[in-house]
Design a protein around this ligand. Structure first.
Ligand SMILES: Cc1ncc(COP(=O)(O)O)c(C=O)c1O
Length: 404
């Protein structure tokens, strides 16, 4: 007889199925730049490898600069693994810090021009760790309504009061602080700089003014802008001459790697190493990540040509899809959302694209608000102009078939 909890899990999964919310990510066999070979769900397990013509154009990664297969980055990673081995073997507080971790933290701090930086094993761990570590009872966190799940979970873990402000509404933040500031000791205003699912930009300069005016702290997650915009790719804050108190950068996107860093003052870094539980009680990223990060940071800094390329691809993709009648909001980031409304429709469009050799995963609630299910298309600097034309043609034809 099944345990009651398993029956309950079955009911919950069945409910997701009814709502078209079951996740079945494709299994990727190989990557060839921005093309992938996807395991054929219907093929027998030992079927011959798909031929070159069965490659699928991937438009679902965050590899903005195409660094995930950059030869210099791969060489640095291979060399670092040979030198340091695979895992870090324990938390840095337990086994010690590798020099490679410190080299990376110095490189990141110098890249963002901050006093220091602290490595975390992921962006999720960084956001959860920072918000839990910095806030105390009697503090307030103001968080944008469309902030990433890791920020939402950090707010849940924090012992402070949390107020969620309407997306991008700096005026709302100011009005709330005018009324409520006196009730709190420390206030943290938290936002992404470029939002992950819409590619729209936070009003960073206004938020900085407000935080200065009310003696609050500004925390910015640069996941989708570090490497992609700003002088030498130093992100949207650097582009707007905004110096946040806490700057979070996950490295799984434009840096082509994994892990994350929190950059800021020496005091902030010291505090994170003593209070951030996701840093203290979790195995450190393998030391090889440290040396690979140093190499990735150099590539990002020298990557103006890659930034120009991904920006041009983003403009072309957006314009082509809009011309074909798809609902694509305005924007200047390479994140190109194609809004289709219901989860069912997003699944159907994604499936039609799979049949046409394009990988564009459906994005559905709770990742995005109800009624805004979408495909989130992301060109990278590794795509060619022909890849983008091919993407536009195939999305337009899949959409026409779905709408007929
Ligand atoms: C804005 C934002 N912050 C944080 C994260 C989490 O980063 P990681 O994938 O390194 O956990 C993501 C996405 O993954 C993100 O989009």
């Amino acid at each position: 007889m099944k345990h009651a909890f398993e029956n309950r899990l079955r009911e919950r999964l069945d409910e997701l199925e009814r709502q078209h919310l079951i996740r079945q990510p494709p299994v990727i066999e190989r990557r060839h730049g921005p093309w992938v070979t996807v395991q054929n769900d219907t093929a027998p397990p030992h079927a011959a490898r798909p031929s070159e013509t069965e490659r699928t154009l991937c438009l679902s990664s965050n590899d903005y600069l195409g660094l995930a297969r950059h030869p210099r980055l791969l060489e640095a990673l291979h060399r670092a693994v040979d030198e340091h081995g695979a895992g870090a073997t324990a938390s840095r507080l337990v086994v010690g810090t590798w020099q490679a971790h410190e080299r990376a933290e110095h490189a990141i701090a110098s890249f963002f021009q901050t006093e220091g930086a602290v490595l975390f094993s992921s962006g999720y761990a960084a956001n959860v760790g920072v918000l839990q570590a910095l806030s105390e009872p009697g503090d307030l966190i103001l968080s944008d309504a469309l902030n990433h799940a890791s920020i939402i979970d950090g707010c849940r873990l924090a012992r402070a009061d949390v107020h969620v402000f309407p997306h991008l509404e700096a005026d709302h933040v100011a009005a709330h602080l005018r009324r409520e500031r006196h009730r709190y000791r420390n206030v943290f205003v938290v936002t992404e700089s470029v939002f992950s699912m819409d590619g729209d930009a936070a009003p960073l300069a206004e938020l900085l003014d407000i935080t200065h005016q009310y003696g609050a702290c500004l925390m910015v997650d640069e996941a989708h802008s570090a490497g992609v915009v700003g002088p030498q790719g130093r992100g949207a804050c650097a582009a707007a001459s905004v110096r946040p108190d806490v700057l979070v950068t996950p490295f799984g996107k434009a840096f082509g790697l994994w892990g994350a860093a929190v950059a800021g003052s020496a005091q902030l870094c010291a505090a994170l190493r003593h209070f951030a539980r996701s840093y203290m009680f979790s195995t450190a990223p393998g030391p090889a990540l440290g040396d690979a990060l140093v190499a990735a940071t150099e590539l990002v800094q020298d990557g103006d040509h890659l930034r120009a390329r991904v920006a041009a691809h983003g403009r072309a993709l957006r314009a082509g899809l809009r011309a074909a009648g798809l609902t694509v909001p305005d924007g200047s980031s390479p994140i190109v959302p194609v809004i289709v409304g219901t989860p069912e429709r997003a699944l159907a469009l994604s499936a039609k694209l799979r049949n046409r050799g394009v990988l564009a995963q459906p994005i559905r609630p709770p990742t995005v608000p109800e009624g805004t299910a979408r495909l989130r298309l992301v060109p990278t600097a590794a795509h060619t102009a022909d890849d983008i034309t091919c993407a536009i043609d195939r999305v337009a034809s899949a959409w026409a078939e779905l709408s007929s």
